[in-house]
Design a protein around this ligand. Structure first.
Ligand SMILES: C[S@@+](CC[C@H](N)C(=O)[O-])C[C@H]1O[C@@H](n2cnc3c(N)ncnc32)[C@H](O)[C@@H]1O
Length: 299
């Protein structure tokens, strides 16, 4: 996950951090994949007017359903899944103010579940048409992704996984990407840190999107993919707020990964925070969106 590690305890994420990233997340998402998911849901519903059941894994404060609801057909019933009860309650309150594409209010149910419990997964997916998640995949292990793909395939369930980090980030200025050996060294520490166990087995970090594609492809799914990077322009509010939080988080993770180099990392952090504050650079963070449609979806 590209969240600053100082805002996460294990795999617990501060609500403030999730709120801070939300507008960059919504701006970065691929609208075409959402539209394709909506078209698929409309097709499979035909004339059935029962509510669609949409599952959001690792829902946090419901940023993902808040984005998707008005872009997908209704009626909708959201199954909000997280292990953090406070985030689940914020998510419930948030969805109470959201509408589907027809302007109708949404139904929701909360499931406080540790996704590490493989036995819980089938029950979370039963009766659903679409499972989605945003900014979750990097926390997951290869085994967890296989279990998810198997459970989805058994139910012919579509999946929409958005804003999954691909492991790349860089500073940008008016001429584009800045190349800097120290940035690359810190990024290397961060990438290694991302691969620690985040509660769902050895995390795949930026390798997770490829593992998801492979797990669903071998089960006959059709995959649509798009890039969805954050692009925080130099001098923008987002570079000053989200950008500075990112640098703090990357530095904290790098120090945890390589404590012997704490002074070097602190010097790097001070220099980058200064560059962001002066508008000399912005930040680019690589993400991937994936829509996975079950076999027969082309018919
Ligand atoms: C980076 S946040 C993303 C939240 C939200 N999807 C968004 O886009 O803002 C990851 C979310 O996954 C949840 N999470 C992490 N590990 C989990 C686990 N083992 N079981 C259930 N939820 C988990 C966290 O509580 C957090 O809400």
């Amino acid at each position: 996950m590209n969240a600053p590690d100082n805002s996460a305890v294990g795999s617990r994420f501060a609500s403030d951090w999730l709120a801070l990233r939300e507008s960059a997340d919504h701006a970065a998402r691929c609208a075409e994949l959402t539209a394709e998911a909506g078209a698929w849901l409309t097709r499979i519903r035909a004339s059935n007017s029962a509510p669609l059941t949409l599952v959001d894994l690792g829902c946090g404060r419901a940023s993902n359903p808040a984005y998707l609801a008005s872009r997908l057909p209704g009626p909708q019933r959201w199954r909000l899944v997280d292990h953090d009860p406070a985030l689940l309650e914020s998510a419930r309150q948030r969805l109470a103010g959201c509408q589907d594409a027809a302007g109708k209010s949404l139904d929701s149910e909360r499931r406080q579940v540790d996704l590490a419990d493989a036995k819980a997964l089938p029950g979370l997916l039963d009766g659903a048409e679409l499972v989605c998640a945003s900014a979750l995949l990097d926390l997951c292990s290869a085994a967890w992704i296989e279990t998810l793909a198997e459970a989805c395939a058994a139910r012919q369930l579509a999946a929409l996984f958005t804003l999954s980090v691909d492991g790349h980030w860089q500073f940008i200025d008016a001429d584009g990407a800045r190349r800097d050996a120290e940035d690359e060294w810190v990024r290397g520490q961060f990438v290694d840190h991302q691969r620690r166990d985040k509660g769902l087995g050895a995390a795949l970090g930026g390798e997770a999107p490829a593992a998801l594609v492979s797990a669903f492809e071998k089960r006959g799914y059709r995959i649509a993919r798009a890039v969805s990077p954050w692009q925080l322009a130099p001098g923008s509010d987002a570079a000053l707020t989200l950008g500075q939080a990112l640098v703090a988080g990357w530095a904290a993770a790098a120090v945890e990964q390589c404590p012997a180099q704490a002074a070097r990392i602190e010097a790097w952090q001070l220099a980058r925070q200064r560059d962001l504050a002066n508008g000399r650079c912005g930040v680019w963070v690589g993400h991937v969106d994936l829509l996975l449609l079950p076999p027969g979806s082309d018919d």
